[in-house]
Design a protein around this ligand. Structure first.
Ligand code: ACO
Length: 437
């Protein structure tokens, strides 16, 4: 053993020392780890179970090794398969990025054409899916509809169970990425009581989504190219974010060999929670509450004094620097507003950011705008109601979920996910009959 790449732990209960190897990923200064099972050798006696590591919320536990996304929160770096998010947002499309995330390499021209055609072919959904959406209450939240209908896809495609067959997996990946916009648009139109619009296979992935959302009586829907590109870029920014809550759920459910539709339905359920997919909505409520630019200093003061809660859209569990996705959103907001008309809330947001980034409270805590600070404003300007914000996130993240699900299935270290616990309840005791209690 190379003694430079190991830990020596002394158990002061027994005086024994243990040497534990340190393992590395791609970068020696990022993600050095020890195998938690090594801790089990640390015992006070033969009967002792051995030491566990305790990490509620998994703030410092790697559940897998992955080659999909690299994220360095200290430096504000996000890369898919090695490519910086800034380059992908500027030069790629969502479908090309999806291919990259799923396959590890950018496609050549032929591969891209085949991938895009395959997606377009699978955009239609079974008529019974349409009928099942019809049965939801008119005011049903579109995320609730999405959880159910994505789960229901497993009943339409029972072959999806063949998760060890590569060809079959590919087919489900095509199906799910293709059908997500259709399901999302149907859920949206259901909430408005509008007839569903079938996919237009001559349009781009996003252009067709816009068609299914917003087509009225015109013969052919023509998406505005600036808005179409804005949604495409937002999809690229949200396509993957390594082991976040919903992705961990996707891997966890997939670890028991569930079909991908059931696993994705669980991931959508995780994303539905306001701590994960709902912060951009909270940003809009906050900006509405502030009301005008001149009230920003007073609002910041009340945040610092603890009277107003948190500055929504600021701070991140992983990013302790500017979230690179927020930079791109900020720039894009201006392009979108040039088409949709100015949103006065953008000025409030810019002033909030300007003041917060000069304020020691925020600087010393490494609180910078996250992706949600500007994305909600863009979604609102595009005409999406609040309930659709997490749905848009879910469409984009489907790529990441599927890539990570597949990676875990093919991982030679694959195991069903089953964490340990520290039992803190009562010791064994005898049952007391009801009449004696
Ligand atoms: N506004 C004001 N103060 C904040 C904020 C904020 N947005 N975020 C953190 N802080 C303060 C905390 O009060 C704490 O201060 P203290 O040390 O004086 O007690 C310190 O910064 C550290 O905060 P933690 O809660 O330990 O940070 P954590 O990494 O656990 O939280 C989180 C990250 C949940 C994102 C937090 O920053 C937050 O609540 N932000 C607002 C909500 C938000 O924008 N969420 C979207 C995240 S992006 C996404 O999910 C796609």
């Amino acid at each position: 053993m190379n003694h430079k790449h190991s830990l020596t732990i002394t158990d002061n209960r027994t005086g024994k020392s243990y040497e534990i190897p340190i393992q590395y990923g791609t970068y020696p200064n990022y993600g050095a780890s020890i195998n938690a099972l090594e801790l089990r050798n640390i015992k006070t006696s033969e009967q002792d179970f051995g030491l566990l590591s305790y990490d509620p919320g998994f703030t410092n536990t790697a559940s897998c090794s992955s080659r999909v996304t690299f994220l360095d929160g200290e430096k504000g770096i996000l890369r898919y398969r090695g490519y910086p998010i800034e380059q992908l947002a500027e030069k790629s499309t969502y479908l090309e990025t999806a291919y990259l995330i799923l396959n590890g390499e950018l496609p050549d021209q032929e591969q891209l054409k085949c991938w895009e055609l395959g997606i377009i072919e699978h955009t239609f959904v079974h008529e019974n899916i349409k009928k099942s959406i019809d049965r939801f209450q008119h005011n049903a939240h579109p995320m609730g509809i999405l959880v159910s209908t994505v789960g229901a896809l497993s009943t339409f495609y029972p072959d999806a169970k063949n998760i060890h067959d590569q060809e079959c997996r590919n087919k489900q990946i095509w199906r799910l990425i293709a059908k997500m916009p259709t399901l999302a648009a149907f859920a949206y139109r259901h909430s408005l009581g509008l007839p569903y619009i079938y996919p237009d296979q001559e349009l781009s992935y996003v252009g067709n989504f816009m068609n299914m959302l917003w087509k009225k009586s015109e013969l052919k829907y023509q998406p505005d190219p600036v808005l179409e590109r804005a949604i495409d870029v937002l999809f690229i920014l949200h396509a993957d974010h390594e082991q976040n809550c919903s992705t961990s759920i996707m891997r966890g459910v997939g670890s028991s060999y569930s079909d991908p539709f059931s696993a994705a339905s669980s991931a959508i359920a995780a994303l539905y929670g306001p701590l994960h997919g709902g912060a951009n909505e909270a940003v809009l409520h906050m900006l509405a509450k502030i009301g005008s630019v001149d009230r920003v200093p007073e609002f910041i003061k009340s945040i610092k004094s603890g009277k107003e809660g948190r500055l929504m859209g600021f701070g991140h569990r992983v990013y302790k620097h500017y979230d690179p996705r927020a930079q791109i959103c900020k720039k894009m907001a201006k392009d979108v507003f040039a088409v949709t008309g100015l949103n006065p809330q953008l000025d409030i947001a810019l002033e909030l950011e300007r003041i917060a980034l000069q304020d020691d409270y925020f600087v010393s805590r490494h609180l910078y705008p996250n992706v949600d600070f500007y994305s909600g404003l863009i979604y609102q300007a595009l005409g999406f109601p609040l309930g659709m914000f997490p749905v848009l996130f879910a469409i984009a993240r489907t790529t990441g979920w599927l890539a990570q699900w597949q990676e875990f299935l093919l991982d030679p270290e694959h195991k069903i996910e089953r964490p340990r616990q520290i039992y803190c309840g009562t010791e064994e005791r005898g049952y007391i009959p009801l009449d004696k209690r």
